[in-house]
Ligand binder design. Sequence first.
Ligand SMILES: NC(=O)c1ccc[n+]([C@@H]2O[C@H](COP(=O)([O-])OP(=O)(O)OC[C@H]3O[C@@H](n4cnc5c(N)ncnc54)[C@H](O)[C@@H]3O)[C@@H](O)[C@H]2O)c1
Length: 333
Amino acid sequence: MKTNIAILGAGNVGTGLAYHLGRQGHTVNMYCIEPDVLRQINKKHCNKKYLRNVRLPENVRAQAGLDACLKDARVAIMAVPSHAVLQVAKEAKPFLRKDATMACISKGLDPQTLEPIVISVKKNLPKANQKRTCMIGGPAIATELSHDTPTAFVTASTDKNARKYIADLLRHGHIKSAESQDLLGVGLGAALKNPYAISLGFCDGLHYPTNSKALVITMAVSEMAGIMLRAGADPKTAPSLAGLGDLLVTGLSPHGHNRTYGQRLVKAKSNDPAKLNLTTVEGIRASELGLKLAKRLRARTPLLASIHKGIHSNRDFHKPFENYLKKLKLDLI
Ligand SMILES: NC(=O)c1ccc[n+]([C@@H]2O[C@H](COP(=O)([O-])OP(=O)(O)OC[C@H]3O[C@@H](n4cnc5c(N)ncnc54)[C@H](O)[C@@H]3O)[C@@H](O)[C@H]2O)c1
Protein backbone atom coordinates (compact mmCIF):
# COMPACT_ATOMS: atom_id res chain seq x y z
CA MET A 1 0.00 0.00 0.00
CA LYS A 2 1.33 3.45 -0.91
CA THR A 3 1.90 5.76 2.00
CA ASN A 4 3.04 9.26 2.86
CA ILE A 5 6.54 9.42 4.33
CA ALA A 6 8.43 12.34 5.89
CA ILE A 7 12.21 12.16 5.96
CA LEU A 8 13.69 14.61 8.45
CA GLY A 9 17.05 15.50 6.93
CA ALA A 10 18.07 15.83 3.28
CA GLY A 11 21.66 14.64 3.55
CA ASN A 12 23.37 11.45 2.43
CA VAL A 13 21.13 8.87 4.07
CA GLY A 14 17.94 10.97 3.84
CA THR A 15 18.40 11.24 0.09
CA GLY A 16 19.34 7.55 -0.27
CA LEU A 17 16.14 6.54 1.53
CA ALA A 18 14.05 9.05 -0.44
CA TYR A 19 15.33 7.43 -3.65
CA HIS A 20 14.59 3.92 -2.39
CA LEU A 21 11.12 4.70 -1.00
CA GLY A 22 10.16 7.13 -3.77
CA ARG A 23 10.86 4.50 -6.40
CA GLN A 24 8.24 2.30 -4.77
CA GLY A 25 5.63 5.00 -5.43
CA HIS A 26 5.33 6.36 -1.87
CA THR A 27 4.88 10.10 -1.45
CA VAL A 28 8.10 11.32 0.16
CA ASN A 29 8.63 14.76 1.70
CA MET A 30 12.13 15.62 2.88
CA TYR A 31 12.69 18.27 5.54
CA CYS A 32 15.50 20.40 4.14
CA ILE A 33 17.09 23.42 5.82
CA GLU A 34 19.49 24.26 2.99
CA PRO A 35 17.74 26.45 0.35
CA ASP A 36 20.12 25.47 -2.49
CA VAL A 37 19.63 21.77 -1.78
CA LEU A 38 15.86 22.26 -1.54
CA ARG A 39 15.76 24.03 -4.90
CA GLN A 40 17.80 21.32 -6.57
CA ILE A 41 15.61 18.52 -5.21
CA ASN A 42 12.35 20.21 -6.30
CA LYS A 43 13.51 21.65 -9.64
CA LYS A 44 16.17 19.20 -10.84
CA HIS A 45 15.24 16.06 -8.86
CA CYS A 46 18.73 15.51 -7.57
CA ASN A 47 20.89 16.34 -4.54
CA LYS A 48 24.44 16.69 -5.79
CA LYS A 49 25.77 18.04 -2.51
CA TYR A 50 24.96 14.85 -0.60
CA LEU A 51 24.36 12.05 -3.12
CA ARG A 52 25.80 12.36 -6.58
CA ASN A 53 24.49 10.48 -9.62
CA VAL A 54 21.02 9.77 -8.22
CA ARG A 55 17.86 10.97 -9.95
CA LEU A 56 15.00 11.28 -7.51
CA PRO A 57 11.48 10.34 -8.63
CA GLU A 58 8.95 13.19 -9.05
CA ASN A 59 6.99 12.04 -5.99
CA VAL A 60 9.98 13.02 -3.80
CA ARG A 61 9.77 16.66 -2.70
CA ALA A 62 11.75 18.85 -0.33
CA GLN A 63 10.01 21.07 2.25
CA ALA A 64 11.49 23.97 4.19
CA GLY A 65 9.09 23.56 7.13
CA LEU A 66 8.36 20.62 9.41
CA ASP A 67 4.63 21.42 9.32
CA ALA A 68 4.40 20.90 5.54
CA CYS A 69 6.74 17.91 5.68
CA LEU A 70 4.79 16.05 8.39
CA LYS A 71 1.27 17.15 7.40
CA ASP A 72 -0.05 13.80 6.11
CA ALA A 73 2.88 11.59 7.07
CA ARG A 74 2.15 8.13 8.45
CA VAL A 75 5.90 7.57 8.82
CA ALA A 76 8.58 10.01 9.95
CA ILE A 77 12.19 8.96 9.46
CA MET A 78 14.76 10.84 11.54
CA ALA A 79 17.87 11.26 9.36
CA VAL A 80 19.83 14.24 10.71
CA PRO A 81 23.25 13.92 12.39
CA SER A 82 23.02 12.65 15.98
CA HIS A 83 23.88 16.05 17.53
CA ALA A 84 20.75 17.60 15.90
CA VAL A 85 18.32 14.74 16.55
CA LEU A 86 16.79 15.85 19.86
CA GLN A 87 16.28 19.41 18.65
CA VAL A 88 14.59 18.28 15.42
CA ALA A 89 12.45 15.75 17.35
CA LYS A 90 11.31 18.54 19.68
CA GLU A 91 10.44 20.82 16.75
CA ALA A 92 8.61 18.00 14.93
CA LYS A 93 6.49 16.99 17.93
CA PRO A 94 3.57 19.42 17.39
CA PHE A 95 3.15 18.33 13.76
CA LEU A 96 3.24 14.53 14.20
CA ARG A 97 0.00 12.75 13.42
CA LYS A 98 -1.25 10.60 16.32
CA ASP A 99 -0.96 7.47 14.16
CA ALA A 100 2.52 8.29 12.80
CA THR A 101 5.40 5.88 13.32
CA MET A 102 8.77 7.48 14.09
CA ALA A 103 11.77 5.53 12.76
CA CYS A 104 15.24 6.75 13.62
CA ILE A 105 18.14 6.00 11.26
CA SER A 106 20.38 8.57 13.02
CA LYS A 107 23.02 6.81 15.06
CA GLY A 108 24.50 8.04 18.32
CA LEU A 109 24.26 8.28 22.10
CA ASP A 110 22.42 10.96 24.07
CA PRO A 111 25.12 13.02 25.86
CA GLN A 112 22.85 13.50 28.90
CA THR A 113 21.64 9.96 29.49
CA LEU A 114 24.22 7.93 27.49
CA GLU A 115 21.31 5.97 26.03
CA PRO A 116 21.03 5.41 22.28
CA ILE A 117 19.54 8.53 20.71
CA VAL A 118 16.46 6.57 19.54
CA ILE A 119 15.55 5.84 23.17
CA SER A 120 15.65 9.58 23.99
CA VAL A 121 13.60 10.38 20.89
CA LYS A 122 11.04 7.79 21.99
CA LYS A 123 10.80 9.22 25.52
CA ASN A 124 10.25 12.75 24.17
CA LEU A 125 7.52 11.91 21.66
CA PRO A 126 3.81 12.44 22.37
CA LYS A 127 2.39 9.44 24.30
CA ALA A 128 0.44 8.26 21.24
CA ASN A 129 3.62 7.86 19.17
CA GLN A 130 6.03 6.48 21.79
CA LYS A 131 5.17 2.79 21.63
CA ARG A 132 5.64 2.54 17.87
CA THR A 133 9.15 4.09 17.77
CA CYS A 134 11.64 2.13 15.65
CA MET A 135 15.38 2.14 15.05
CA ILE A 136 16.63 1.40 11.55
CA GLY A 137 20.09 -0.18 11.72
CA GLY A 138 22.14 -2.63 9.71
CA PRO A 139 24.87 -2.49 7.07
CA ALA A 140 23.33 -0.04 4.59
CA ILE A 141 25.59 2.81 3.55
CA ALA A 142 23.62 5.49 1.68
CA THR A 143 26.01 5.88 -1.24
CA GLU A 144 25.47 2.24 -2.18
CA LEU A 145 21.67 2.19 -1.77
CA SER A 146 21.18 3.33 -5.35
CA HIS A 147 23.41 0.57 -6.76
CA ASP A 148 20.60 -1.99 -6.68
CA THR A 149 22.79 -4.62 -5.11
CA PRO A 150 21.93 -6.84 -2.13
CA THR A 151 21.76 -4.75 1.05
CA ALA A 152 20.14 -5.30 4.46
CA PHE A 153 18.34 -3.11 6.99
CA VAL A 154 17.29 -4.13 10.49
CA THR A 155 14.22 -2.48 12.01
CA ALA A 156 13.98 -2.72 15.78
CA SER A 157 11.05 -1.85 17.99
CA THR A 158 9.41 -3.20 21.09
CA ASP A 159 6.13 -2.93 19.14
CA LYS A 160 5.67 -5.91 16.82
CA ASN A 161 3.28 -4.17 14.41
CA ALA A 162 5.44 -1.06 14.12
CA ARG A 163 8.65 -2.92 13.33
CA LYS A 164 6.86 -5.10 10.77
CA TYR A 165 5.32 -2.00 9.16
CA ILE A 166 8.69 -0.25 8.74
CA ALA A 167 10.55 -3.44 7.76
CA ASP A 168 7.93 -4.16 5.07
CA LEU A 169 8.25 -0.60 3.78
CA LEU A 170 12.03 -0.95 3.40
CA ARG A 171 11.96 -4.43 1.81
CA HIS A 172 12.01 -4.03 -1.97
CA GLY A 173 14.01 -5.48 -4.85
CA HIS A 174 17.53 -6.25 -3.66
CA ILE A 175 16.92 -4.59 -0.29
CA LYS A 176 16.45 -7.16 2.48
CA SER A 177 14.78 -6.17 5.70
CA ALA A 178 15.07 -7.90 9.07
CA GLU A 179 13.15 -7.26 12.29
CA SER A 180 14.49 -7.17 15.85
CA GLN A 181 12.81 -6.86 19.24
CA ASP A 182 16.02 -5.42 20.69
CA LEU A 183 15.55 -1.66 20.30
CA LEU A 184 18.22 -0.94 22.93
CA GLY A 185 20.78 -3.34 21.42
CA VAL A 186 20.27 -2.15 17.83
CA GLY A 187 20.55 1.47 19.04
CA LEU A 188 23.77 0.65 20.90
CA GLY A 189 25.26 -1.26 17.97
CA ALA A 190 24.48 1.63 15.61
CA ALA A 191 26.21 4.16 17.87
CA LEU A 192 29.20 2.09 18.99
CA LYS A 193 30.32 0.80 15.60
CA ASN A 194 31.43 4.33 14.66
CA PRO A 195 34.41 4.64 17.06
CA TYR A 196 35.44 1.05 16.31
CA ALA A 197 35.36 1.93 12.59
CA ILE A 198 37.97 4.62 13.34
CA SER A 199 40.30 1.83 14.55
CA LEU A 200 39.82 0.03 11.23
CA GLY A 201 40.89 3.30 9.61
CA PHE A 202 44.02 3.21 11.80
CA CYS A 203 44.64 -0.29 10.38
CA ASP A 204 44.46 1.12 6.83
CA GLY A 205 46.72 4.06 7.71
CA LEU A 206 49.24 1.65 9.25
CA HIS A 207 48.95 -0.73 6.25
CA TYR A 208 47.87 -3.57 8.50
CA PRO A 209 46.59 -6.54 6.48
CA THR A 210 43.41 -8.59 6.82
CA ASN A 211 44.74 -10.67 9.76
CA SER A 212 44.99 -7.52 11.90
CA LYS A 213 41.58 -6.21 10.82
CA ALA A 214 39.95 -9.55 11.65
CA LEU A 215 41.49 -9.40 15.12
CA VAL A 216 40.31 -5.81 15.68
CA ILE A 217 36.79 -6.53 14.39
CA THR A 218 36.46 -9.57 16.67
CA MET A 219 37.63 -7.60 19.72
CA ALA A 220 35.24 -4.76 18.83
CA VAL A 221 32.26 -7.10 18.58
CA SER A 222 33.19 -8.71 21.89
CA GLU A 223 33.36 -5.27 23.60
CA MET A 224 30.02 -4.23 22.06
CA ALA A 225 28.43 -7.47 23.32
CA GLY A 226 29.78 -6.75 26.84
CA ILE A 227 28.23 -3.28 26.84
CA MET A 228 24.92 -4.59 25.48
CA LEU A 229 24.76 -7.35 28.11
CA ARG A 230 25.37 -4.97 30.99
CA ALA A 231 22.97 -2.36 29.58
CA GLY A 232 20.16 -4.94 29.53
CA ALA A 233 20.13 -5.47 25.75
CA ASP A 234 20.54 -8.81 23.97
CA PRO A 235 24.31 -9.45 23.52
CA LYS A 236 23.48 -11.55 20.43
CA THR A 237 22.71 -8.26 18.67
CA ALA A 238 26.48 -7.52 18.64
CA PRO A 239 27.42 -10.34 16.22
CA SER A 240 24.33 -9.65 14.07
CA LEU A 241 23.64 -7.38 11.07
CA ALA A 242 23.03 -4.48 13.47
CA GLY A 243 26.44 -4.77 15.19
CA LEU A 244 29.03 -6.74 13.23
CA GLY A 245 27.33 -6.04 9.89
CA ASP A 246 27.18 -2.30 10.45
CA LEU A 247 30.76 -2.25 11.77
CA LEU A 248 32.00 -4.07 8.67
CA VAL A 249 30.36 -1.65 6.23
CA THR A 250 31.43 1.46 8.18
CA GLY A 251 34.92 0.18 8.90
CA LEU A 252 35.74 -1.32 5.51
CA SER A 253 33.90 0.88 3.00
CA PRO A 254 36.02 3.48 1.21
CA HIS A 255 33.05 5.88 1.73
CA GLY A 256 32.94 5.50 5.55
CA HIS A 257 33.70 8.86 7.25
CA ASN A 258 34.87 7.23 10.48
CA ARG A 259 37.20 4.79 8.73
CA THR A 260 38.63 7.56 6.54
CA TYR A 261 39.16 9.74 9.61
CA GLY A 262 41.20 6.99 11.33
CA GLN A 263 43.23 6.39 8.17
CA ARG A 264 44.05 10.10 7.72
CA LEU A 265 44.88 10.53 11.44
CA VAL A 266 47.87 8.20 11.15
CA LYS A 267 49.86 10.83 9.25
CA ALA A 268 47.98 13.91 10.48
CA LYS A 269 49.23 16.80 12.59
CA SER A 270 45.72 17.76 13.70
CA ASN A 271 42.74 15.70 14.86
CA ASP A 272 40.27 18.28 13.53
CA PRO A 273 38.09 16.53 10.88
CA ALA A 274 37.74 19.82 8.93
CA LYS A 275 41.54 19.98 8.53
CA LEU A 276 41.41 16.42 7.17
CA ASN A 277 38.77 17.36 4.58
CA LEU A 278 35.97 15.61 6.44
CA THR A 279 32.63 16.87 7.76
CA THR A 280 30.65 14.69 10.20
CA VAL A 281 32.71 12.09 12.08
CA GLU A 282 30.22 10.77 14.60
CA GLY A 283 32.70 8.28 16.07
CA ILE A 284 34.63 11.09 17.82
CA ARG A 285 31.75 11.96 20.13
CA ALA A 286 30.57 8.36 20.32
CA SER A 287 34.01 7.25 21.56
CA GLU A 288 33.72 9.64 24.48
CA LEU A 289 30.10 8.82 25.30
CA GLY A 290 30.60 5.09 24.68
CA LEU A 291 33.55 5.01 27.06
CA LYS A 292 31.56 6.88 29.73
CA LEU A 293 28.76 4.36 29.30
CA ALA A 294 31.18 1.41 29.51
CA LYS A 295 32.66 2.83 32.73
CA ARG A 296 29.20 3.39 34.20
CA LEU A 297 28.27 -0.21 33.36
CA ARG A 298 31.71 -1.57 34.42
CA ALA A 299 32.17 -3.18 31.01
CA ARG A 300 35.78 -3.92 29.93
CA THR A 301 36.53 -1.98 26.74
CA PRO A 302 40.33 -1.56 26.33
CA LEU A 303 40.07 -1.21 22.53
CA LEU A 304 37.49 1.58 22.82
CA ALA A 305 39.65 3.26 25.49
CA SER A 306 42.68 3.19 23.15
CA ILE A 307 40.65 4.74 20.30
CA HIS A 308 39.32 7.45 22.60
CA LYS A 309 42.78 8.20 24.03
CA GLY A 310 44.28 8.38 20.53
CA ILE A 311 41.77 10.71 18.93
CA HIS A 312 41.93 13.06 21.91
CA SER A 313 45.78 13.20 21.95
CA ASN A 314 47.82 16.10 20.61
CA ARG A 315 49.76 13.97 18.10
CA ASP A 316 50.59 10.36 17.16
CA PHE A 317 46.86 9.69 17.32
CA HIS A 318 47.21 6.00 16.46
CA LYS A 319 49.83 5.21 19.13
CA PRO A 320 47.44 4.14 21.92
CA PHE A 321 45.78 1.77 19.42
CA GLU A 322 49.18 0.33 18.45
CA ASN A 323 50.03 -0.09 22.14
CA TYR A 324 46.70 -1.78 22.77
CA LEU A 325 47.49 -4.36 20.09
CA LYS A 326 51.06 -4.80 21.36
CA LYS A 327 49.85 -5.56 24.88
CA LEU A 328 46.79 -7.57 23.88
CA LYS A 329 46.83 -11.05 25.45
CA LEU A 330 44.26 -13.54 24.27
CA ASP A 331 42.97 -15.95 26.90
CA LEU A 332 40.93 -19.05 26.47
CA ILE A 333 38.06 -18.28 24.09
N1 LIG B 1 25.33 8.13 5.43
C1 LIG B 1 24.98 6.88 5.66
O1 LIG B 1 25.30 5.97 4.91
C2 LIG B 1 24.17 6.54 6.89
C3 LIG B 1 23.58 5.27 6.97
C4 LIG B 1 22.79 4.96 8.07
C5 LIG B 1 22.63 5.89 9.09
N2 LIG B 1 23.24 7.11 8.99
C6 LIG B 1 23.04 8.06 10.09
O2 LIG B 1 22.15 9.08 9.62
C7 LIG B 1 22.50 10.35 10.22
C8 LIG B 1 22.72 11.37 9.13
O3 LIG B 1 23.86 10.97 8.40
P1 LIG B 1 24.19 11.52 6.94
O4 LIG B 1 25.36 10.75 6.47
O5 LIG B 1 22.97 11.56 6.11
O6 LIG B 1 24.64 13.01 7.28
P2 LIG B 1 24.84 14.22 6.23
O7 LIG B 1 25.84 15.12 6.84
O8 LIG B 1 25.07 13.70 4.86
O9 LIG B 1 23.41 14.95 6.19
C9 LIG B 1 22.85 15.55 7.30
C10 LIG B 1 21.61 16.33 6.88
O10 LIG B 1 20.98 16.83 8.06
C11 LIG B 1 20.70 18.21 7.88
N3 LIG B 1 20.69 18.86 9.18
C12 LIG B 1 21.71 19.08 10.03
N4 LIG B 1 21.27 19.72 11.14
C13 LIG B 1 19.94 19.92 10.96
C14 LIG B 1 18.92 20.52 11.73
N5 LIG B 1 19.17 21.06 12.92
N6 LIG B 1 17.66 20.54 11.22
C15 LIG B 1 17.39 19.99 10.03
N7 LIG B 1 18.31 19.39 9.25
C16 LIG B 1 19.56 19.37 9.71
C17 LIG B 1 21.81 18.73 6.95
O11 LIG B 1 21.41 19.92 6.34
C18 LIG B 1 21.92 17.55 6.00
O12 LIG B 1 20.95 17.64 5.01
C19 LIG B 1 23.72 10.09 11.08
O13 LIG B 1 23.34 9.90 12.42
C20 LIG B 1 24.29 8.78 10.53
O14 LIG B 1 24.97 8.01 11.49
C21 LIG B 1 24.00 7.47 7.90
